[in-house]
Design a protein around this ligand. Structure first.
Ligand code: DC
Length: 232
């Protein structure tokens, strides 16, 4: 693979992986980035950081106006080290605070607001301009990096995604109920794909990859085959 990518070493390569919650985008993107020695950028973490800010400052909820005003007080920056992304919210490392269900729901809510999406656009594009990079999200292939050389739309059935999420939480010692997790996944799918601003949607030139029946190794191998087929 390194040889294949070596042929295009003069050009920066951007790989966009989009898809619904729980399809395994971030796990796949991380492993691919390691295999290819690319930077991995998790854009969901940026929406989560905005959601976390809002939960902390407006625990009783917020209007769109409050949210757009609040953006003036939010400064986000990222650091990358050994394949891991660290997120700083106004100088504080919040990376680990971003992974709760509460923050996930807040992220889904704030991500529907166009001003939030514009607010986060430059940070994402600048990173892609300067690095060989794999970026995952919902609108990377359609809006953020429409010229990415490789686009993968990764999906799996809601039941399979819920099952994976339950296993992931159980592995961390967190008890959870399959039906509740499935309901949350369906809710987030609905929010993410029906919003007006940059809805979750497969780019026309993205390769659709349903990995419901694939284990992790099979998912990585198939994704590498897609990447090989798309790069000169
Ligand atoms: O991938 P994630 O679960 O960390 O994403 C959190 C939320 O952010 C998700 O509900 C959708 C939203 N999101 C988005 O709208 N656009 C992106 N590029 C990434 C995430």
């Amino acid at each position: 693979m390194a040889q294949i990518l070596g042929k295009v070493a003069d050009v920066l390569i951007n790989i966009a992986i989009d898809g619904p919650s729980g399809s395994g985008k971030s796990t796949l993107a991380k492993l691919l980035a390691k295999r290819l020695c690319y930077l991995y950028m998790d854009t969901g973490a940026l929406y989560r950081a905005v959601g976390l800010y809002m939960l902390r400052h407006f625990p009783d909820g917020w209007s769109e106006e409050i949210l757009t005003d609040a953006l003036e007080n939010i400064q986000l920056s990222l650091e990358f080290s050994s394949g891991n992304q660290t997120v700083f919210l106004n100088g504080e490392d919040v990376t680990h605070d971003l992974r709760t269900q509460e923050v996930a729901m807040a992220a889904s809510q704030v991500s529907a607001v166009p001003r939030v999406r514009i607010f986060l656009l430059d940070l994402q594009r600048n990173m892609a301009r300067e690095n060989n990079l794999i970026m995952d999200g919902r609108d990377i292939g359609t809006v953020v990096l429409p010229d990415a050389q490789v686009k993968i739309f990764l999906t799996a059935s809601p039941e399979v995604r819920a099952q994976r999420r339950v296993a992931e939480l159980n592995a961390k010692g967190i008890a959870c109920d399959f039906d509740t997790v499935l309901t949350e996944i369906l809710q987030r799918d609905r929010n993410d794909s029906t919003r007006m601003a940059a809805p979750l949607k497969k780019a026309e030139d993205a390769v659709l990859f349903d990995n419901s029946a694939c284990d992790l190794d099979q998912t990585v191998e198939r994704a590498l085959a897609i990447i090989r087929s798309r790069l000169p």
